[in-house]
Design a protein around this ligand. Structure first.
Ligand code: PBG
Length: 332
């Protein structure tokens, strides 16, 4: 495919002489449609509170969350991912609240969809907001038990679908859960609920600030999620994870984190050619944002980071900077 190109017949700089030319031949574009804003909503909170390890990001009480979602919509973003922060009093070893149809997240989703029926609402499926040990599943004989966890995830999924979530996103990394959740959705008349599987989710220290944000960091302590999340050393295994989840009924698959895993995003998009999302996670966001706030890096690094994720092959990106970047793009 490559033809030999030689100077001076070819001067690649001809196409870089000004920004209009550069834009005209650019291979990648990023628009507000490609961005998803994660939002933390906290049970029993009035107003909002800052998250220390995530500059400019807040936990919102439900009323304040509705105002924030209005802002997100006005920035041009149409998709949000809600992450609940649950009262310690409502956590237990089995994450029982996840399977309570009147739990906080289901009330919040109903309130959001009532006010913003068109917004695409993505809800996480995993037990970590609800467990007092901070793991994504139930612990039996000192292990996060795959099959017992899935039983609860199915109930959680049906509740989220029933509350009005457009997309449910299992981020728990249990084996076989996509097929069983898909089956339960089909059997309970939620045939249009979209499954976004966190298929290639790596065991990453870049999740640190998120765990502070939802309060699972202190519960987890020194405990790690290595027995269910993938090792950062593996690439072929990511292909198997994705292949299984597609076969089991996933509509969209996710790679997470994003920036340290651009090779995985590229490989998966190239191999499977299905909608592929990437999550620029809390640690990726915080390291950039802190440096920007300190004046160590220029603010354009945020957009550059998102473009790199898009260029790698992501169709859409979860990013804490989504609203801000979308506003900047609108004002241009
Ligand atoms: C947990 C979950 C995590 C994130 C999204 N869902 C953290 C984890 O697996 O411990 C991380 C998001 C981020 O770091 O921004 N099910």
């Amino acid at each position: 495919m490559f033809i030999e190109r030689k100077f001076p017949n070819t001067r690649l700089r001809r196409l870089r002489r000004n920004n209009n030319l550069i834009d005209l031949v650019s291979e990648t574009s990023l628009t507000s449609n490609d961005l998803i804003q994660p939002i933390f909503i906290k049970e029993n909170l009035n107003g909002s509170e800052e998250i220390e390890t995530m500059p400019n990001i807040f936990r919102y009480g439900i009323e304040k969350a509705l105002k924030e979602i209005e802002d997100i919509k006005n920035s041009g973003i149409n998709s949000i991912a809600v992450f609940p922060v649950i009262d310690t009093a409502n956590k237990d070893s089995k994450g029982s609240q996840a399977a309570n149809s009147n739990n906080f997240v289901s009330t919040a989703i109903k309130a959001i969809k009532k006010e913003f029926p068109d917004i695409i609402l993505i809800a996480d499926v995993a037990l970590d907001p609800y467990t007092d040990h901070g793991h994504d599943g139930v612990i039996i004989n000192n292990e996060v038990d795959n099959d017992e966890t899935i039983k609860i995830l199915i109930e959680q999924s049906l509740i989220l679908a029933d509350s009005g979530a457009d997309i449910i996103a299992p981020s728990d990394m249990m084996d076989g859960r996509i097929g069983l959740i898909r089956n339960a959705l089909e059997q309970n008349s939620y045939k249009n609920t979209i499954l976004l599987s966190y298929a290639a989710k790596f065991n990453s220290k870049f999740y640190g600030p998120f765990r502070d944000a939802v309060g699972s960091a202190s519960s987890l302590g020194k405990s790690s999620k290595y027995s269910y999340q993938m090792s950062s050393k593996n690439k072929e295994e990511a292909l198997h994870e994705v292949a299984m989840d597609i076969n089991e009924g996933a509509d969209i698959i996710m790679v997470k984190p994003a920036m340290p895993y651009l090779d995985i995003i590229h490989l998966i998009k190239d191999s499977f050619k299905i909608p592929t999302f990437a999550y620029q996670v809390s640690g990726e966001y915080s390291m950039l944002k802190l440096s920007i706030n300190k004046g160590w890096l220029e603010s354009e690094v945020m957009l550059e980071s998102l473009i790199s994720i898009k260029r790698a092959g992501a169709d859409a990106i979860f990013s804490y900077a989504a609203k801000e970047i979308s506003m900047e793009m609108q004002n241009k």
